[in-house]
Design a protein around this ligand. Structure first.
Ligand code: 4NP
Length: 162
């Protein structure tokens, strides 16, 4: 039975949020919390619903030992704020769209991944790599690894509160 749940959200749910799902899931498993913490991802758009992650994200993750190919894109919905403990946006545009999607009372669940969990990186957002080159995908993976490590520590503390 899951005791905590995290949903990662970007625009297409094929690059950034599936990378975050796969990396964070891996770190949750390593921490021995795979049966306790539920991890998922979604997009604020329906552009790629039903599709596998972008092959560039899959390959970048694979080089570092993370698996993403089981993930299928879905659209975020208002109900996600009921179902998940944290809804973690990759950038400010998606954070804003999620703030409009949610009903009142769920403000505390909405987070901005880098600003809220890896402020040491000195940036706020995971930039959209979709229309850029290979370096964008490498940068995205690196910042997601740092923020995921910190988020695992945050979740451990939350679990100890219950
Ligand atoms: P993601 O990247 O939001 O990280 O999954 C994108 C994927 C697709 C598009 C934009 C960003 N698109 O415009 O189709």
């Amino acid at each position: 039975m899951y005791q905590y749940s995290v949903l990662f959200v970007c625009l297409g749910n094929i690059c950034r949020s599936p990378t975050a799902e796969g990396v964070f899931q891996h770190k949750v498993n390593e921490a021995g919390l795979g049966d306790v913490v539920k991890v998922d991802s979604a997009g604020t758009s329906a552009f790629h619903v039903g599709e596998s992650p972008d092959e560039r994200s899959v390959q970048e993750a694979k080089k570092a030992g993370y698996h993403l190919s089981y993930i299928r894109s879905r659209k975020a919905e208002a109900k996600d704020f009921v179902d998940f403990d944290l809804v973690v946006a990759m950038d400010l545009e998606n954070y804003h769209n999620l703030s409009l999607l949610k009903t009142n009372g769920y403000e505390n669940k909405l987070k901005l991944f880098i600003r809220d969990f890896a402020p040491e990186l000195g940036i706020e957002e995971v930039p959209d790599p979709y229309y850029g080159g290979a370096k964008g995908f490498t940068d995205v993976l690196n910042m997601i690894e740092v923020a995921s490590d910190n988020l695992v520590e945050f979740v451990k503390k939350e679990l100890n509160k219950t």
